[in-house]
Design a protein around this ligand. Structure first.
Ligand SMILES: C[S@@+](CC[C@H](N)C(=O)[O-])C[C@H]1O[C@@H](n2cnc3c(N)ncnc32)[C@H](O)[C@@H]1O
Length: 340
């Protein structure tokens, strides 16, 4: 299925790696630092598309932590207070379909029903429904910071045996060396400090355990990039790999994903664009040392700034609801094989 997604990606020349010197901060001189890295990216069965041509990112100075609307835990909380009501009906059909989900979970290698799995940012349990096809529900924990999203998950009969808990992806309430698999789908774009979340993924896994982080990709189309930047973090593929490497993961792989009918995931970023996996090579904590959290969720917010951010965020989310509809229509009109 990935091939149909990739046909439209003018940007298939992947994948170079960026090596920022500050955590999550892509420095302006990073272009000099790009280098080809083979073997990290899988394109489903369209391996012919693979190339190791160096390609540096579009926005070299874009920091991974900045005050985008919703990349703030309080704002994400309030956003999901309302979105949870319609989440399964609005988000999944356009951005996160069942076949995408199953495709994205395949590298997680869920081969044993007795595996202990944590689904971080599990929300209404849509991804968990994919996980429990392979693992017994009683071995799966859904964690999310939104009680409203979790309330929806609790209503789902197949998830009745899962453990469902509130928590923060950047400070997981699990012991070190706890789980066989860490899965997080469509949540990293909200985390104020994604590197910290990936470091936590490493910590909670057992030796040999695998993390699978599914998320959006940075768009190549200018308007999508603009809305992505004001709204939430659409990481570059290089950034995902960088975070995994820094956290200590080995055997890191990135698989591109997208809806069957959607030929422009990389153009618009979409809500889900790749599935990144890595294996924990040693037991214990991550070798990466981070200082205290920078984000202070209790800090009072200027109401005018909040209003502006809210308006921009609302515009961006409207744009990203319309993009899949537009791309779906385009897919019907533009002849197959022609990039869109
Ligand atoms: C787009 S939804 C994805 C839900 C689910 N994984 C799925 O596949 O449908 C993103 C979820 O991440 C959660 N989230 C955002 N920031 C979080 C954080 N710091 N810790 C835990 N969950 C978080 C949100 O509450 C929301 O439920």
């Amino acid at each position: 299925m990935a091939s149909s997604v990739l046909n439209g990606a003018e940007n298939l020349k992947l994948m170079s790696s960026i090596r920022p010197t500050g955590f999550g901060l892509v420095r302006s001189n990073f272009q000099e630092r790009c280098f080809p890295r083979k073997g990290l990216v899988s394109f489903g069965w369209n391996y012919k598309a693979r190339t190791s041509t160096p390609r540096c990112s579009i926005s070299s100075s874009r920091p991974s932590s900045q005050p985008r609307f919703i990349q703030h835990k309080q704002e994400a909380f309030w956003f999901y207070r309302f979105l949870s009501i319609v989440y399964d009906h609005v988000i999944n059909p356009g951005h996160w379909t069942e076949d995408m989900r199953d495709d994205a979970l395949e590298p997680a290698d869920l081969y044993d029903r007795n595996m202990t799995v944590v689904d971080v940012g599990g929300g209404t349990g849509f991804t968990t429904l994919g996980i429990i096809k392979h693992v017994d529900a009683k071995n799966v924990t859904i964690l999310d910071q939104s009680p409203h999203q979790l309330a929806k998950a609790r209503q789902k009969e197949p998830l009745k045996e899962c453990k469902i808990i509130e928590g923060d992806a950047e400070e997981l309430p699990f012991p070190t060396d706890y789980a066989d698999r860490y899965v997080s789908a469509g949540s990293i774009e909200y985390w104020p400090d994604p590197q910290r979340g990936i470091r936590e993924a490493y910590r909670v896994l057992k030796i040999g355990g695998k993390a699978c982080v599914i998320g959006p990709v940075y768009p190549t189309f200018w308007l999508s990039r603009f809305f992505a930047d004001v709204w939430m973090l659409f990481p570059k593929e290089e950034e995902y790999i960088e975070w995994f490497e820094k956290a200590g993961f080995k055997d890191i792989k990135l698989k591109r994903i997208g809806p069957k009918w959607y030929r422009g995931v990389r153009r618009h970023g979409l809500i889900m664009g790749c599935s990144v996996t890595g294996v924990k090579p040693f037991s214990g904590d991550s070798p990466l040392q981070l200082g205290p959290k920078v984000e202070n969720v209790k800090k009072p917010v200027n109401p005018f700034v909040f209003l502006l951010r809210f308006l921009l965020g609302a515009m961006a989310s409207t744009y990203y609801i319309l993009v899949p509809i537009y791309m779906w229509i385009k897919d019907k009109i533009v002849p197959k094989g022609v990039p869109i």
